[in-house]
Design a protein around this ligand. Structure first.
Ligand code: AMP
Length: 223
């Protein structure tokens, strides 16, 4: 695959990869932007793959002032769902990943699909009290207060390579707790993947400070 760096109008470096004859993938800082295709003699046409447009925003849910980014509309769109999963796994296609850990609950849906795509096992990270076997637990920071998450103590073997998946990273409290939980039982956390990053809340930066590479497909400004 050939990667070419071009400059956008705003002087950002845009990486262009030739995926297949007539098929181009555009990325900025390894973040997926778009895929374009030439069909017959038509000029390059952008696929209707704007993942951002498939996310529904619900103001004031679950409480006033929150813009809830609802991915159920993305999941219901076959092409967007497939594209999102393909883009999440893209950097690890062909590399050895033992497990994908999904955070309850939307991380289960995405994590299952990602695990299937990578031929890896799937591990659920659940809210306290939901798992039937012996667990390890970790408390994590919420906006107000703390909560606890758990996973089965034998879900990951020491040294296994794990990718963490959730739908969205905001303050990073949840993902940070999950990384600590995985490390507690000896996992190597290869990366954390999200459809959505809310960069103003600093969660991705928090994970990177823990030496966890972060992959997010799209970002929304603000809360
Ligand atoms: P945080 O721990 O602050 O990074 O929050 C991340 C978790 O809360 C994820 O499991 C998200 O599904 C959920 N979450 C936080 N903020 C939002 C939001 N604005 N829209 C949808 N889900 C959110």
């Amino acid at each position: 695959m050939v990667t070419v760096i071009v400059r956008s109008v705003s002087d950002e470096a845009i990486q262009t990869c030739f995926l297949a004859p007539g098929l181009l993938r555009f990325a900025r800082n390894d973040e997926f932007l778009a895929v374009t295709a030439k069909q017959g003699n038509e000029s390059a046409m952008t696929f209707d793959l704007d993942i951002k447009n498939t996310v529904r925003t619900i103001p004031d849910y679950p409480k006033p002032g929150i813009l809830f980014r609802d991915i159920t509309t993305l999941l219901a769109d076959a092409r967007a769902f497939r594209r999102a999963v393909d883009e999440l796994v893209h950097p690890w296609a062909g590399s050895k990943i033992d497990k994908v850990a999904g955070i309850e609950a939307r991380g289960f849906i995405l994590g299952g699909a990602v695990a299937h795509q990578l031929s890896a096992g799937f591990v659920p990270i659940r809210k306290k009290g939901k798992l039937p076997h012996k667990t390890v637990s970790m408390s994590y920071a919420l906006e107000y207060g703390t909560d606890e998450m758990e996973m089965h103590v034998d879900a990951v073997q020491p040294g296994e390579r794990v990718i963490l998946v959730d739908d969205l990273i905001a303050t990073g409290g949840t993902a940070e707790g999950a990384v600590k939980l995985l490390r507690q039982i000896g996992a190597t956390v290869v990366a954390a993947c999200f459809i959505i990053d809310l960069p103003d809340l600093g969660g991705a930066a928090k994970l990177r400070a823990l030496d966890v590479p972060v992959r997010a497909l799209i970002a929304f400004e603000g809360h």
